[in-house]
Design a binder for this molecule. Structure first.
Ligand code: SF4
Length: 236
């Protein structure tokens, strides 16, 4: 699997897909990313350190994802990320995190601030329709107020292309995300090993009505395929 890439366009940065101990929540009905995990920390470190050694610092800006949340990366891995930031002069670093770990975020921000690195923490909200999110997607975010969800986080991911979503619901999700977060990342559902299938009509409506309005927006990333950031696909 390709685990390193460069995103040269909006918000230029390097990105690494690391392997952690596995998503603690693991209940989202649409997700099988969490299968990229292992409880063997030594084996994870072997993979992760090699990937982190590919970081060049070209943009002084790095995104770390791990098919889960940063607390599922071991302490040795976090230390390695600190070393890479210092060695490659990284000043801006993104991690992803489920809502259930939000209380762990301030300490991590403080830890990296000490070495001159600002953190941007991304949460997978998927939609701000709390009923859909919790009863259909099983996302595990009890909080319904977008402002409160955003308190600990800088960026959010949205998931579109599911049955029941509409042009107006998707537009409302993006606008709510932009109102409460610095940046929004839209993922379009692709077939995976779960029984949740992409809804081709919803995706067609997204491409026609929503995509043209946001593709140039510097605060919005849109991944039509989940490998569009260059990681997660076959190794080059
Ligand atoms: S929290 Fe993220 S990794 Fe975990 S099951 Fe949900 S979408 Fe998948």
């Amino acid at each position: 699997m390709e685990r390193y890439s460069i995103i040269p366009d909006k918000n230029p940065r390097e990105i690494v897909l690391l392997r952690g101990s596995g998503c603690r929540w693991r209940q989202c009905t649409f997700c099988d990313y969490h299968l990229d995990s292992s409880t063997d920390e030594a084996a994870n470190n072997l993979i992760n350190f090699a990937v982190l050694d590919r970081v060049t610092g070209i943009y002084h800006h790095l995104e770390v994802i791990n098919s889960g949340s940063f607390p599922e990366l071991g302490e040795a891995c976090i230390q390695k990320i600190e070393q890479v930031c210092q060695k490659k002069d990284i000043h801006l670093l993104h991690f992803e995190c489920h809502y259930l770990y939000r209380k762990a975020i301030p300490a991590l921000r403080k830890r990296f601030a000490k070495i001159g690195v600002e953190l941007k923490i991304k949460i997978g909200v998927e939609t701000f329709d709390a009923d859909y999110r919790e009863n259909i997607m099983k996302k595990g975010i009890r909080q319904t107020d977008p402002a409160k969800i955003a308190e600990d986080f800088n960026e959010c991911c949205l998931l579109f292309g599911l049955t029941g979503q509409t042009v107006s619901s998707m537009r409302h999700d993006i606008e709510t995300g932009l109102a409460h977060f610095e940046r929004v990342c839209v993922n379009i559902m692709v077939p995976n090993t779960t029984c949740v299938m992409p809804d081709t009509e919803v995706i067609a409506a997204f491409r026609k009505e929503i995509y043209p309005d946001y593709i140039q927006n510097p605060r919005v990333d849109i991944l039509l395929e989940n490998t569009d950031f260059g990681v997660g696909g076959e190794e080059k």
